[in-house]
Design a protein around this ligand. Structure first.
Ligand code: 4NP
Length: 157
């Protein structure tokens, strides 16, 4: 099983959105026996909460399931479990690197925007602050589609 963990600050807006979007793509390509998604937050403020209501609304509008998604904080053992740890912005990457020394054996750590060719944005904008969930959804969808293509190619799926 290939395991992908999306990480953002609060685990209620961007990373659960990415988790749900990628899970939906994996399911439509019938790769759910081979690739698994999860998400976590750098912070613990929202532990146990469902995604932000506007994240739920944009997912619902796009026919993407989000039942069962519950915020949690990243933990040390995630570094053993996942093959890919994908952050939403530069600060997430810095925080991730501060909690774990990256080595050859570490999961691949990257930003979701590394998979989006967009000269305007280096980070997935945080809609908790921008209020623009539709724009974030657009970048997250493109990023997830390209990340999935990258993983399929790399693992010959
Ligand atoms: P997220 O957005 O990192 O995309 O889930 C945030 C949600 C909540 C907070 C910060 C960012 N917060 O500070 O509570």
């Amino acid at each position: 099983m290939i395991r992908i963990l999306f990480v953002c600050l609060g685990n209620i807006c961007r990373s659960p959105m990415a988790e749900a979007v990628l899970a939906d793509m994996i399911k439509s390509e019938r790769l759910d026996g081979q690739i698994e998604t999860d998400s976590a937050g750098i912070g613990n403020w929202h532990t146990g909460e469902p995604p932000h209501y506007e994240t739920r609304a944009i997912l619902q509008k796009n026919d993407i399931a989000y039942t069962g998604l519950t915020a949690r904080q990243i933990r040390q053992r995630d570094w053993e479990r996942f093959d890919y740890i994908i952050g939403m912005d530069e600060q997430n990457i810095n925080d991730l690197k501060a909690m774990h020394q990256i080595s050859d054996k570490s999961p691949m750590v990257a930003k979701l925007m590394d998979f989006v060719n967009d000269p305007e944005e280096e980070n997935i904008p945080d809609p908790y602050y921008t209020g623009n969930f539709a724009y974030t959804y657009q970048l997250v969808s493109t990023g997830c589609a390209n990340l999935l293509a990258y993983i399929k190619d790399k693992h010959h799926l």
